[in-house]
Design a binder for this molecule. Sequence first.
Ligand SMILES: C[S@@+](CC[C@H](N)C(=O)[O-])C[C@H]1O[C@@H](n2cnc3c(N)ncnc32)[C@H](O)[C@@H]1O
Length: 301
Amino acid sequence: MTHATPKGPPAPRTAREVLDRSQHFLAQRGLPGARREAELLVANAIGLDRLGLYLELDRPLDKDELDRAREAVLRRSKGEPAAYILGRREFYGRSFAVRPGVLIPRPETELLVDRARELVEELIVEGTDEPRLADLGTGSGCIAITMLLECPTTRVLALDLSPEAVEIAGENAKALEVPTERFGLRCGDAFEGLAALAPGGVDLLLSNPPYIDPRVGDELAADVRAHEPALALFAPDGDPDHWARRLMQERERLLSPGGRALVELGFDQAPRLEALAAASGLEVRIHPDLEGIPRLLEFGR
Ligand SMILES: C[S@@+](CC[C@H](N)C(=O)[O-])C[C@H]1O[C@@H](n2cnc3c(N)ncnc32)[C@H](O)[C@@H]1O
């Protein structure tokens, strides 16, 4: 007597079928933007970008491609950020390597680069031909490397306390062909490192520091809290303004005469820092991001 083997739904074969099923799977698990996420993960699993995927929708996938796509979609469904699964994230039009241990660059940080480019132009017009920049808490190196590539006459010092971040920033600098003679990358405390390596201060100080109060850490998206490094996210307990305040207080030591600083802020920091600046007679500018959130603090020496 023969036994019929129980049959589930047939395994998907073409890229289109895998894409549709992955989208469905992610949507069922409540993931917003499931189509786009599925496109990114499936395309990456078969070594293509999203456009390439659409050109090959009818191509049957081999077993390795299918396994990679399934694993990626499963990891994403459990909340792992897509950037860590793909190992990359776009920033300012370039692709940066990222891994757990380094913050995933955020689109709002591009605002800091936009403003920093304007300030570099001003410095050059005012006669500083080779402006010296520092990026404190460089993470993947996204700010420092972008500045060097967008403003090739600058010299940029990038500091981070995390050895993993410094390793990844170094990989990104190499992959993006940053001129090594203009780029300094060091592992260590940002404030001590800057004082030691640029004793006269820098012309433009840039930082996207950790600014989340651990006391409200529960309000963070679960994906962020579970996967991104605490050192990159959290300020000292109860003091989300710690970095920005310290940069303001130590500005005369950190900035050269005529130097300026740009610091990314959390959504509710600006009023407190403006009040602090006013109390000490320091003029500051606050730049809103595209959502109208006061995102960037700018001040001079
Ligand atoms: C919010 S992340 C920013 C990363 C990157 N600049 C970006 O915008 O994606 C802050 C970074 O500061 C680093 N960091 C935290 N404390 C530090 C310290 N005392 N000195 C230097 N870097 C520090 C973290 O490791 C992390 O890479």
